[in-house]
Design a binder for this molecule. Structure first.
Ligand SMILES: Cc1cc2nc3c(=O)[nH]c(=O)nc-3n(C[C@H](O)[C@H](O)[C@H](O)COP(=O)(O)O)c2cc1C
Length: 381
């Protein structure tokens, strides 16, 4: 990376660090994921699986705030995935969720997740600025292009082909950044958007809000590295060397191709047991006795995770992780094991982890009481 690019990266991160906890000094950042949707990340009929009610949103937000989590990340979701659980059918819209949850918390960055084709850039920029002011500069925007045909067609527009989604998204985010930062009236003429005499006031509190993108494809990774502050890397192999290599590859790519610094996060689900066997039993119960295979299949079919192209044993693991925690990294074991796995992730270059629990509120409470003190002892929190 050139010196000028390094200085530019440092300047942005220093500016964000003044108000946005995602850029603070903690070695391992933590967040919750999916608390605006029914089931959260778990496709199971077992007792205690998350229900999307406002009291539950408030309870999880307060727990996250008490633990000084850096992030609360809702899903952008418009339709559920069926099955006996009607997985993710109940959804609170993400921008309004973010505004309300920001107002009742003090520590975390409360994200909103938006689908590019569903929201005009002027409206998105305005809404994001308002939330950034509500939280005194804590807001982060997760931008997704949308992959679920039924969800995008709900808005009366066709799902564009994969490459074209990113052409549109590139124009969208370029325009939103201009709307956040320009002090002069400007016009914009693109393929998808045409803007006349734009100049939005007030400006956001952050130079412009922190940006997350969690694309998985090659074109998506390029998009993330070009525009965003935080990207996600899915768990491939769970051993430390592979995780280190995966994180380094992601960051190096952004350095080399776009001269940009990227924070790389992961998602993980957590099951804490009294013993290893107890944790395993809870996993078996959640996934094999009570798991909603139909919802998992509907989700994976929609995402194009096809069993024909993946070996059966790996496909089974993907399916199990999907049911337990939306395909996140498995943190299953005693409190000591879970803490040491989180430490392993931090030591191997994972900047932050978005957590879910199959029985969300009970699991999160147990995490607070049993695992968080161990993370503090290890100097991670
Ligand atoms: C942490 C995380 C959060 C995501 N949130 C959403 C979401 O809320 N809504 C959605 O439609 N897709 C979401 N996605 C999907 C991705 O943004 C992306 O669209 C998908 O992985 C397809 O990637 P691709 O376009 O590069 O093929 C999420 C993915 C991850 C890893």
């Amino acid at each position: 990376m050139t010196r000028a690019a390094r200085q530019q990266n440092e300047a942005r991160q220093e500016a964000l660090a003044k108000t946005n906890p995602l850029f603070g000094p903690r070695k391992l950042k933590l967040g919750t994921f999916c608390t605006n949707v029914g089931g959260a990340a778990c496709m199971s009929t077992m007792e205690g699986v998350y229900e999307a009610t406002w009291p539950n949103v408030t309870a999880t937000a307060r727990l996250a705030d008490d633990m000084q989590f850096e992030a609360i990340v809702p899903l952008g979701r418009w339709q559920g995935f069926g099955g006996v659980t009607k997985f993710n059918e109940q959804v609170y819209e993400a921008m309004t969720f973010s505004a309300a949850v920001t107002a009742i918390t003090r520590a975390p960055s409360v994200f909103a997740t938006i689908h590019v084709p569903t929201l005009h850039p002027v409206l998105a920029a305005k809404q994001a600025t308002t939330i950034d002011h509500v939280g005194h500069g804590r807001f982060t925007l997760n931008v997704v292009t949308g992959w679920n045909k039924a969800e995008i067609e709900l808005f009366g527009s066709p799902l564009l082909d994969h490459a074209e989604r990113y052409v549109m998204a590139d124009e969208w985010i370029t325009l939103v950044k201009l709307l956040w930062t320009s002090d002069e009236l400007f016009d914009f003429e693109g393929k998808y958007y045409s803007i006349r005499s734009a100049c939005l006031k007030p400006r956001p509190i952050q130079p412009y809000p922190a940006l997350m993108n969690a694309s998985g494809s090659a074109v998506g990774k390029a998009f993330a590295a070009k525009h965003f502050d935080i990207a996600f890397s899915g768990p491939t192999k769970p051993d430390p060397a592979s995780i280190r290599q995966q994180m380094d590859a992601h960051r190096n790519y952004a350095h080399q191709e776009f001269q940009r610094d990227l924070k790389v996060w992961m998602t993980a689900y957590m099951i804490i047991g009294d013993t290893e066997a107890d944790a395993r039993r809870q996993f078996e119960y959640c996934v094999h006795e009570k798991g909603d295979r139909v919802a998992a299949k509907n989700f994976m079919d929609g995402m194009g995770i096809a069993s024909q192209s993946i070996p059966p044993d790996i496909m089974k693991r993907i399916g199990d992780d999907m049911i337990a925690g939306y395909g996140g990294f498995a943190l299953v074991g005693t409190k000591e094991k879970v803490a040491s796995e989180l430490q392993m992730l931090a030591e191997n270059g994972v900047d932050g982890v978005l957590l879910t629990w199959p029985a969300f509120i009970d699991g999160m409470t147990r995490f607070k009481e049993e695992v968080l003190p161990l993370l503090a002892q290890a100097g991670l929190r």
